[in-house]
Design a protein around this ligand. Structure first.
Ligand SMILES: Nc1ncnc2c1ncn2[C@@H]1O[C@H](COP(=O)(O)OP(=O)(O)OP(=O)(O)O)[C@@H](O)[C@H]1O
Ligand SMILES: [Mg+2]
Length: 253
């Protein structure tokens, strides 16, 4: 068993609107481990990402109970900048690249103010996804959806994070493009020892990239297992996801 990196226990989160998004959620990710979170719309996946990365309050959500620890340290109510400084980086739903800046400047932005040891060079980002190098002087907003997502992933990895939380990378992209993005992410994360928390509705795709996964429903973990176990119990896993069969989850892309 890997040494623990992040641990979430009894996490209870509610939005100001009254939506009770997480109800006693528990999960953990080991150092350098690749873990998935899968679940239907509204299961609470994005809320987990927000809570872990210190962004809950920015979305008018309150952590009502539970504990999040990073390498044993309680980070439950830390602000986002402090969590980021500890090497926990998020790729938000909807990518978050800056359209009116070039590819290169989107990447440079992350390097400003980072200690040298935490920086990697732009060349490393371009070797991860060569198309970004080819289009380095193009405005990010002119890239295709897949290329923008590559930029978001490459940017997140530039700071050599300990954990990368990727929320719905596959959204609006063809499965082939998603695989290319995830291959790049996996290779780089493995090389750097970066742990990945991959949040996805596209269960089959996700299970090809993670070692194990949690299935969320109504703010709780309803089942968990290695990717092989969850695929073997495909019917049960699919039922939790609210779909007829697991293989069809690619159709959600
Ligand atoms: N900003 C917000 N304000 C109020 N309620 C919210 C907000 N974001 C999410 N919720 C509610 O919290 C619950 C969990 O939502 P969340 O976005 O975490 O689910 P999700 O699994 O990421 O869903 P999706 O697959 O649609 O992205 C839902 O009931 C949702 O309506
Ligand atoms: Mg979401």
């Amino acid at each position: 068993m890997e040494q623990e990196l992040i641990s979430v226990r009894g996490l209870d989160v509610a939005y100001a609107s009254g939506a009770h998004a997480l109800r006693g959620l528990a999960l953990n990710v080991g150092i350098g481990e690749r873990v998935g979170i899968i679940g239907a719309n509204g299961a609470g996946k994005t809320t987990v990402a927000r809570a872990i990365t210190g962004l809950a309050s920015a979305f008018r959500a309150t952590i009502r109970g539970g504990r999040i620890t990073l390498s044993g340290r309680d980070i439950t109510r830390w602000p986002a900048w402090k969590v980021l400084r500890e090497g926990v980086v998020t790729i938000p739903e909807g990518r978050g690249v800056i359209s009116d800046m070039t590819v290169e400047d989107n990447l440079r932005l992350v390097l400003v103010g980072l200690p040298r040891a935490q920086r990697s060079t732009l060349a490393e980002a371009f070797s991860m996804y060569p198309v970004l190098g080819e289009r380095r002087r193009a405005m990010a907003g002119l890239l295709s959806g897949g290329e923008q997502q590559m930029l978001a992933v490459a940017r997140a990895l530039l700071a050599r994070p300990r954990l990368i939380v990727a929320d719905e990378l596959s959204l609006g992209l063809a499965p082939k493009v998603v695989k290319e993005i995830l291959n790049g992410l996996s290779a780089r994360a493995a090389g750097e020892g970066t742990a990945v928390l991959l949040i996805e509705q596209a269960a089959v795709l996700s299970l090809q990239f993670v070692d194990r996964a949690y299935v969320l429903d109504q703010g709780k973990v309803v089942t968990q297992g290695t990717s092989a176990e969850l695929r073997r119990a495909g019917d049960t896993t699919a039922r939790y996801l609210g779909i007829a069969d697991l293989e069809r989850s690619e159709g959600l892309l």
